[in-house]
Design a protein around this ligand. Structure first.
Ligand SMILES: [Zn+2]
Ligand SMILES: [Zn+2]
Length: 694
């Protein structure tokens, strides 16, 4: 096996403690979203939110890390969307890249780099370099294959351009490249149909380049076997594929949108989008280095030792990230391999899969027009599809938000800070060791639980102890009744409040990865920096608040949400019945309608400037029926008013009178315009005023 030498040493990975990550720095990526639609909450739940929480958590602990993502701009999904929207692939990419970036930002998902495979200046070169080095070592080779070809569209039909029945599971809507129902890669379909014209395509011979995955079978198997701490779904999916035996896979396509295949004889062919997309993780890192003026940054992360590479993906991407991508990396010189692939299952919406075509989705940008980001971040964490598919329903959303965020967490912090401000001169009262000690112990236990669960990618389990801590705070507040002891024993009341403020400070710091905006609010009220630093994380569990710290006036941390209001909003969101399209082309007027316009010859009798209107003239005309006044914008075009007097012109005599600059205009003169130049329409010859124009 020729590429054995280029495989990084597997020993350090084997030495890892189960579920606990130790490294010098982290490279965190999220699956690149196709730039052919907006992002919905299913995408957020399974990939981007966990990636963001994990990155924030590492930063909070003072770990060095970068968080990389961007749009997947190439491939058939984009060209099909361009066809459907009667647009170009580049325009489609630009539109949805912008929408996605805004949605991520709105949800507090903060990438260090959010680039795109068609816009990143490093991407083409690097993708071609990957291809060429694999070709050089004999891991890519050309083959003549039979591909679907539509004779009526006169083109090959790669991937999604052909649909039909899956030969493995019988699913009706399988695509040319893959069956979504059973996950099998396909190269033939039963009863194939051209996606563009619906006709049955034929198979034609064409040359394509194949990645010899079969040569990586043993290497990948060894490597996967070392990943004993990986999630079951990832290991299972990948090992199933290996059991069947890896097969060479075509990595080029007959379309014109993508990265050209860098070899002779491949004109008109591009790299398969799944070959170039993951390379985007590297090219975007290079771009981050450009932005930070640090050209070696990408090498430090991708080729250095001591980087943990973590790919956040959905389960539909397991095969690519756990088998194909590592093979591609093994075929290069000196690249690291993925350390963790925490793949999530799917989040459904109201019991059904999210579906763009069926308009069954909750789009991130729509959600953000209704509710704060942190509520979704919380709800998506407590219903995270970590080990099985889960479901977004507004009923459970309302229950979780109201009963846990509003009633427990929000209520606890709000009552504590409000009471302290009111009764202790707007500042934190003095703690006493006896009250504080057990509270700090509880905080430390919650912190440890959160730390170990998040390190193992158990997001739900990491958040639970923080809500439990707020519950404990409420219990202490209710039991000690500081509002009763305040008169008889202000010191004891103060000690209770100080302990509760300490819990608030700990929560305000620890919820930062999950709900950054709310964390910032709590910390600000407590006189702490909005964004917690690694020192703050370290301080959680020892006393964080000093006696006398000024407290800011709190607002309601989490307002309750109402199901009826959400449902009413949702009803309004539903696409309205669109009226039948209006007749195309310019407006047509019937002859009878035209005849109703009273066009006449008129003579200009008098022209005056209008004060304060440097474009208008007040013009008196004779239209055959006595003097009339019109206001016309001729001043710039005929600067000398005297030159107009006596001219015969054409006017509309039966126009509704209009008041312009206080002057009633009772007709309209006709003029022609070209390139900003305006000239009056004047009759040929000496017809008297009042002559009909027809
Ligand atoms: Zn199938
Ligand atoms: Zn066709």
């Amino acid at each position: 096996m020729g590429s054995r030498k280029s495989v990084p040493d597997l020993e350090p990975q084997k030495a890892e403690r189960k579920g606990v990550i130790m490294a010098q720095k982290y490279l965190i990526t999220c699956a690149l979203p196709y730039a052919n639609g907006p992002v919905h909450m299913g995408h957020i739940a399974g990939v981007y939110l966990p990636g963001d929480i994990f990155t924030r958590f590492l930063r909070l602990k003072g770990e060095e890390c970068i968080f990389i993502c961007g749009t997947d701009d190439h491939g058939v999904p984009i060209t099909i969307s361009a066809d459907q929207e009667k647009s170009t692939p580049a325009a489609i990419v630009k539109k949805y890249h912008g929408m996605q970036e805004a949605a991520f930002k709105g949800l507090g998902i903060e990438f260090d780099m959010f680039s795109g495979t068609s816009t990143c200046k490093h991407h083409r070169e690097l993708s071609q370099e990957f291809f060429l080095s694999l070709q050089k070592t004999g891991h890519i080779e050309p083959r003549i294959t039979a591909q679907y070809y539509c004779t009526s569209c006169e083109r090959f039909l790669p991937d999604r351009y052909v649909e039909g029945q899956c030969p493995f599971c019988g699913a009706e809507d399988a695509r040319g490249d893959q069956c979504e129902a059973c996950g099998n890669a396909l190269d033939s379909l039963k009863d194939p149909k051209c996606k563009i014209c619906g006709k049955r395509p034929e198979k034609r011979k064409t040359k394509h380049w194949f990645l010899r995955l079969d040569k990586y079978q043993d290497l990948i198997l060894d490597w996967l076997n070392s990943k004993t701490n990986w999630k079951d779904n990832v290991r299972k999916f990948a090992t199933e594929m290996l059991k069947k035996g890896l097969r060479a896979r075509s990595i080029t396509r007959d379309i014109d949108w993508g990265i050209p295949v860098p070899v002779e004889g491949a004109e008109g062919k591009v790299l398969y989008v799944w070959f170039d997309a993951p390379i985007g993780y590297i090219s975007f890192t290079k771009e981050l280095g450009d932005r930070r003026n640090d050209p070696d940054l990408w090498q430090m992360y991708w080729k250095g030792t001591g980087t943990k590479l973590v790919h956040f993906i959905g389960k539909d991407n397991i095969v690519f990230h756990a088998v194909i991508w590592p093979s591609m990396l093994m075929g290069q010189e000196g690249y690291i391999l993925p350390d963790e692939i925490p793949a999530f299952e799917f989040l459904n919406f109201k019991g059904d899969k999210f579906s763009k075509s069926k308009k069954h989705a909750l789009w991130a940008h729509d959600y953000l027009s209704l509710l704060p980001a942190d509520l979704a971040r919380y709800y998506l964490t407590v219903v995270a599809p970590e080990t099985h598919d889960t479901n977004w329903t507004w009923e459970t959303f309302v229950i979780r938000v109201n009963s846990e965020l509003a009633d427990v967490l929000g209520n606890f912090v709000n009552r504590t800070v409000t009471f302290a401000r009111k009764n202790f001169g707007g500042a934190a009262p003095e703690a006493d060791g006896r009250t504080l000690k057990p509270v700090l112990e509880k905080i430390r236990a919650a912190k440890e639980a959160m730390d170990s669960e998040l390190s193992a990618f158990h997001f739900k389990a990491a958040l639970a102890p923080l809500i439990e801590l707020a519950r404990e705070g409420n219990r202490i507040f209710d039991f000690e009744k500081p509002w009763e002891t305040i008169n008889a024993s202000p010191a004891s009341s103060g000690a209770t409040v100080a302990a509760c403020l300490e819990i608030s400070a700990a929560i305000g710091t620890m919820i930062f990865p999950f709900m950054p905006e709310s964390a910032g609010k709590i910390r600000r009220w407590l006189g702490l920096s909005e964004k917690p630093a690694p020192e703050d994380w370290k301080a959680v569990g020892s006393q964080m608040l000093k006696h006398g710290t000024k407290l800011a006036e709190p607002e309601i941390l989490f307002a309750k949400v109402e199901l009826a209001a959400i449902e009413a909003w949702e009803e309004k969101q539903k696409p309205q019945e669109t009226p039948p399209p209006a007749e195309k082309g310019p407006l047509k007027v019937t002859f009878d309608a035209f005849r109703q316009i009273d066009l006449r010859i008129a003579q200009i009798m008098k022209v005056e400037e209008i004060k304060g209107a440097d474009k208008l003239y007040r013009i008196e005309i004779d239209a055959g029926d006595g003097p009339r006044t019109i206001v016309a914008g001729l001043r710039l075009h005929y600067p000398d008013p005297a030159s107009l007097v006596g001219r015969r012109i054409v006017v509309v005599a039966n126009l509704e009178p209009a008041k312009i600059r206080g002057i009633t205009s009772t007709a309209m003169l006709l003029a022609a315009e070209h390139g900003g130049k305006v000239r009056l329409l004047m009759p040929d010859g000496d017809l008297p005023p009042g002559s009909k124009v027809s």
